[in-house]
Write a protein that binds this ligand. Sequence first.
Ligand code: IFM
Length: 729
Amino acid sequence: MEKNFRIYRNTFDMDYNKHFEGAFCQGNGYQFLRATFEEGIDGEEQGEIYTREFKSVTTEKQRCAITKWGTYIPTIMGNNPQLNEVIINLPYFMDFNLLADGEKLSMNRCDISDFSMVLNLKNGCLTRTFTFNTKSGSTIKAKYERFPSKKNKHLFVQKITYKAENRDANIEITSGIDTNVTTNGFNHFMEISTTTNDDSITVVSKSDMGNTITQSSYLACDKEQVNIIDNKFNVQYDLKENEEITFIKKSFSFTDMDNEEIGIEGELVKSYDELYKENSQVWEKLWDRSDVVIEGNDHDQLGIRFSIYHLLRCKEESEYRSSICAKGFAGEAYYGRYFWDSEIFMLPFYIYTNPNIAKNLLMYRYNTLEGAKENARSYNCKGARYPWQSATTGTEQCSLWEYADNEIHITADIVYGIWHYYKATDDIEFIKNYGAEIIVETARFWLDRVDVDKDGNYNLFNVMGPDEYTAFNCNNTFTNRLVKFNLETACYVIQLLNETDKIAYVKLCDKVKLDNKELLEFKKVAEKLILPDYEKVQYIPQSENFDNYADVDIDNLWKDRKNPFGMYMTHEKLYRSKVLKQADSLSLAMLFKTDFTIEQIKNTYEHYEPITTHDSSLSPINHAIVAGWIGKEEHVNKFLQYSLSLDFDSNRNGAKDGIHIANCGCMYQFIIHTIAGIDNALINEDEIPMSTSYTMPKGWDKVSFKILWKNVSYFVTVDKNGTKITKGI
Ligand code: IFM
């Protein structure tokens, strides 16, 4: 058994139940399942109808405190009249119930001992074992294993075994596809029907956005015939003392969005072991290219692998119609929507380990370009304005106006992601066919969004930068720098195509109707967009107005640090106070390191870190990255542990409504940028760009990983002697 590839849950304490459902979430890039108990939890209604408030998620209290089933296929979204498009929680095909000696198994009501739940990060297989001590005196050993297949993305496999340990026992199981589920308290099914065949149960649902979802389950038992009664599989059996009974349930999900063969017949004849092996082999290959091996600190090793596991389960290579939602498809907290998290925090992991996935993440943005154009029009602007929260079409889904109207940096962040991908892969075909169009259309949007002042300078008034506790900035440095980059990249890409591929150049100019006059406008605005004089101020101010805001006595106000600071101050007050939700200037330092001297980055850190609350999960790891660059070792350790505590350590209950997947992605960036000292691809054209300094967190002796750079694989090791890179392994 490989060391440090398994995470354990050894208590079924209901206070942490929801956290483990998120933390142990399974997925294969197509379907995603929260790690809920097959039989549910007694008394925990899953079909409750209620109105979910559209408040800021940071301060919102979610419903379903103990358990929330979650079965998601990202391309399937529904229409919530208050919340807009949301990912739909689909019927629950993992359903499996046991009666032993007439007593219904329930983890919270029955006498259960020796409980353990293990997620094998190496192959995404989840195992739950326990002993059920029935009231009438039987001791039943139970084992539940399950995984979504990475080989056949439509398939989900369950194996359930019961053994009568101390005497004969009667068991009865029922298992079906439970349709009594809602999403954020809303029923998204216009029609739902359950039909049965000799050997299967099928549920066909029609969503309120017109999609058809089909789920079919097949059950086999090694000891007894399987009957279907009232749309449920049913098996009754008298287990002899020491006898074991095994059930294999195979469930297939597909939708009207899928074109490929499902291959049900072929999968039905395979044994559990065969399917397990096939799945493990695919995972093995994924780990081979993306593992980060840490010697000297088992806790951190497992934590980093936990993050990589979630990144690996989130995406499969062929999917280009969706991105990765902010909760890693492990809960309903952000409604399954896509943010800047994808391009800035997660994309680099895929760029450096599996560029096909990176490309498809960007293809999602290309496929939603029309929606982005519609957004621009709705703000009376030309070009393309990507939404703060994106779903199926690229039109704005965020129902909180301050974010939707003002958090416009996302549009330029996407261009940053595209260029990052291109620089690390040299995929000029992607730029020619898709990327350049996005880059030009987005640049065009900025021409209308900027305001010129009496000195002829361009300004971005009334914006929200990454720090969401400052909603109405004047010339937010992060936003302005990214917008400048967007405009400059547009000029550069046009010039590049003009010089290297006239056909592609003409095709692009025709398609986007670009002329020289507009190109000169891009150039002019890029040059005259206001940015601070770093030479003069020697740090990166958040914006023109922020540092004049009122000071806040954070320590006094923040009564209980288990809650976000935002619970102790109204948003109205936050918006005019000197307190930050997340790194804003430090996010800029992370993306454009060479714009600044180390001294300036250090000053920025000292200036803002004391007033940052980290109410956003994107903040701690960003701090760890920068702290390493400026030699603040203690802070590297502090913020690394903070970041690991968000989902991996259970004490914060952090994963209850989903995984902080941007944090997972940025943890990988911490490894490459801060531990190994590899700068991001935008900094240098040809060689892997290296910084001289690197940092090792507490207890870490050696780190090694593979990285892809312009189609060549490198093996990187870091130890006390520095970073060593070997080509071609
Ligand atoms: O994109 C982030 C944002 O920066 C902070 N609030 C949560 C969003 C989704 O993770």
